[in-house]
Design a protein around this ligand. Structure first.
Ligand code: ARG
Length: 245
């Protein structure tokens, strides 16, 4: 009897060791993103950090999975999720009717506002003043979609990254940039001579995209989001990246 107990104990130890050591054995939770969007996702040296990266890490931990972040063009994220190449898309991504035709979205975890960045001293002071001006956007974002609708394709300059659009603005190649407010604040803080207009172009909800046939993951993500919202983890992560004004 004692012998059997000893064998069982040894077995249990071996099994638990395997579970601990084998992080490679954990199933991967792959997050498709575009990591040029501070404070949501950006590179700090070689590592992708930010609100989305940290929230995703907490979700992965709750699901017992290993987070793997895949950086790609913003316009490729929905397809990566839809085809199952990645488990989820998290990129300060706005819930839109059009995107909902291709993927499901989790519960909303943040709110974004599309704002307008101009050069100091610009004659653009309101949304109306944008008519006939050259407007820079990150391609395939809601800023791109709305501005194209409102001001016409001829007036929109599309860039792979938001920071590229901002650079073009500082070089005087374009007259304004339409982009989400928190990245806008970051870009304005790191470039001299830029200001954000005191006007809200669009208010949006950010959520996590999941493949339509992956109802289980969507449920698990929503449960994790509810928990990390309720226990203050989300607020703590946000406060770390968006200092109170
Ligand atoms: N919220 C906007 C959208 O969903 C812009 C998101 C851009 N995100 C990024 N990681 N580059 O279209």
């Amino acid at each position: 009897m004692k012998k059997i107990l000893a064998i069982v104990l040894v077995l249990m130890m071996v099994l638990s060791l395997a579970a601990c050591g084998g992080s490679s054995k954990k199933e991967a939770l792959t997050m498709a993103t575009n990591a040029y969007f501070p404070p949501y996702e950006y590179y700090e040296n070689d590592k992708i950090v930010g609100i989305d990266a940290e929230v995703a890490a907490v979700i992965a931990e709750k699901l017992g999975m290993e987070l793997v972040i895949e950086d790609m063009d913003f316009g490729s994220i929905i397809a990566a999720v839809q085809t199952g190449k990645c488990s989820m898309g998290m990129a300060g991504m706005t819930v839109t009717e059009e995107r909902l035709e291709s993927v499901n979205f989790s519960d909303v975890y943040a709110v974004g506002v599309q704002v307008v960045i101009v050069n100091e001293g610009s004659d653009i002071a309101s949304l109306d003043d944008l008519a006939g001006k050259k407007i820079g956007v990150q391609e395939n974002t809601t800023g791109d979609i709305y501005a194209t609708d409102d001001f016409g394709d001829d007036f929109i300059e599309r860039y792979p990254k938001g920071s590229d659009a901002v650079l073009a603005l500082t070089q005087g190649k374009i007259d304004a940039v339409i982009i989400d407010n928190e990245p806008a604040k970051n870009f304005v803080a790191s470039n001299d001579g830029l200001v954000i207009l005191d006007t809200e172009y669009a208010i949006e909800d950010y959520a996590i995209a999941v493949a339509k046939d992956n109802e289980d993951l969507l449920k698990d993500i929503n449960k994790a989001l509810a928990e990390l919202t309720a226990d203050g983890t989300l607020d703590k992560i946000v406060a770390k990246y968006i200092p109170a004004e």
